[in-house]
Ligand binder design. Structure first.
Ligand code: F6R
Length: 364
């Protein structure tokens, strides 16, 4: 059932190129994005004034990435919240709000409650769901499925990657209808999307190098993930992947926040993983990396091919292939997933079934 892989998590990471392809290909028609299941006319899409993304855990992290993509590409204000907070905070939403609930299982109790709360307040609810016919899929006004296939490992990998793709497609659709992208930009996004599966494959094939690196950090006590903008979102997901399956304490920080307190935790040898895929923020990130390195941190960088400048501020660099500024998280997450996985394996943890966790959280 694991198809020759040692763990479901590894198998599912390797299924990502296919899962991602299955999620975008039915929705790309020539140079256009067609999402029939969205059930919205162009007029309705233009009438949306705010997008409210609600989810838990990794799905929430996919939501945080999407905020940057939606705002950048489609110029619509986006709020993101974790479902357990959202449902109790009297959120300001109305008929002009599109609420997007992201969930792999479609059964997460808080996400389902957030969906019901949103509908009761008159908002339109779109579910981004992996399990067909699940509660969230049934109760949402519309459902856009992620076609990741069954995910068994508790730590999500392929479903998360497909959530990103679904949200990119949605942002592209909204950007087009609202006149925020040119034909050429759209063509370029579609080309970039079609290249993602091979690029993911390439990064997966880098596993030996990442395993070797991970083996040096099996005894780490704390790991910090830092990034800015969209890279802050990926840092959160990288940090969760590591801590949930390896039991090593890790945290994600917006890199500029370090000096407001957290930098006091950096000691000789502390591992800091820095993600920098946004060209306009390279310089800022590099200066944050230098700051932690000066205090003894060992800096692992995940950055774009061609950013050679990074070498002067990092001890170890993983390069990701070229894509546009909005899709980088789909590539940067791969080495971080592999890193979490190999640390967990190296420490002898139960990779697929980490302690205290359940695949689907159906209680509050
Ligand atoms: C982490 C992980 C969880 C889930 C979260 C939401 O690897 O899998 O954080 O993302 O429990 O679950 P779903 O997406 O089923 O609502």
């Amino acid at each position: 059932e694991k198809g020759g892989y040692e763990h479901f998590m590894l198998k599912e990471m390797y299924e990502q190129p296919k899962a991602v392809t299955d999620t975008f290909s039915p929705r790309i028609k020539g140079n256009d994005i067609v999402i029939e299941e969205l059930g919205m006319t162009d007029e309705e899409i233009r009438a949306i004034r705010k997008i409210m993304i609600v989810a838990c855990g990794s799905a929430y992290h996919a939501g945080v990435t999407s905020k940057y993509v939606f705002e950048g590409m489609a110029r619509i204000p986006v709020e993101v919240d974790v479902a357990s907070e959202y449902r109790y905070r009297d959120p300001i939403i109305d008929e002009g709000t599109l609420v997007v609930i992201i969930s792999q299982s479609g059964e997460t109790a808080d996400s389902l409650a957030a969906l019901r709360e949103s509908k009761a307040r008159g908002a339109r609810v779109l579910g981004i769901v992996n399990v067909v016919g699940s509660s969230i899929a049934r109760e949402a006004d519309n459902v856009m499925y992620t076609w990741a296939g069954p995910e068994i490992a508790v730590a999500t990998t392929k479903a998360y990657s497909c959530q990103l793709i679904a949200m990119y497609l949605l942002a592209m659709k909204f950007a087009k209808v609202r006149g925020q992208v040119t034909e050429n930009e759209m063509k370029r996004y579609i080309e970039d999307m079609k290249r993602l599966p091979d690029q993911i494959e390439l990064l997966l094939n880098n596993q030996n190098r990442i395993q070797k690196f991970a083996n040096r950090y099996l005894a780490a006590r704390d790991v910090f993930f830092i990034g800015r903008g969209i890279d802050y979102a990926i840092s959160m997901e990288g940090s969760l992947k590591l801590k949930e399956i390896s039991y090593i304490h890790s945290e994600a920080y917006a890199a500029g926040e370090l000096k407001h307190g957290t930098i006091s935790l950096i000691e000789e040898g502390t591992l800091v993983a820095a993600v920098l895929t946004q060209e306009d923020l390279y310089k800022k990130m590099i200066s944050n990396m230098v700051e932690v390195r000066t205090r003894g941190a060992f800096v692992l960088a995940v950055t774009n091919e061609g950013n050679d400048e990074v070498e002067r501020a990092a001890d170890y660099v993983i390069y990701i292939p070229e894509t546009n500024q909005y899709f980088t998280n789909s590539l940067a997450i791969i080495p971080l997933q592999l890193f979490g996985y190999y640390i967990s394996v190296g420490r002898g943890c139960d990779v697929d079934k980490p302690r205290n966790l359940a695949k689907s959280v159906t209680v509050e």
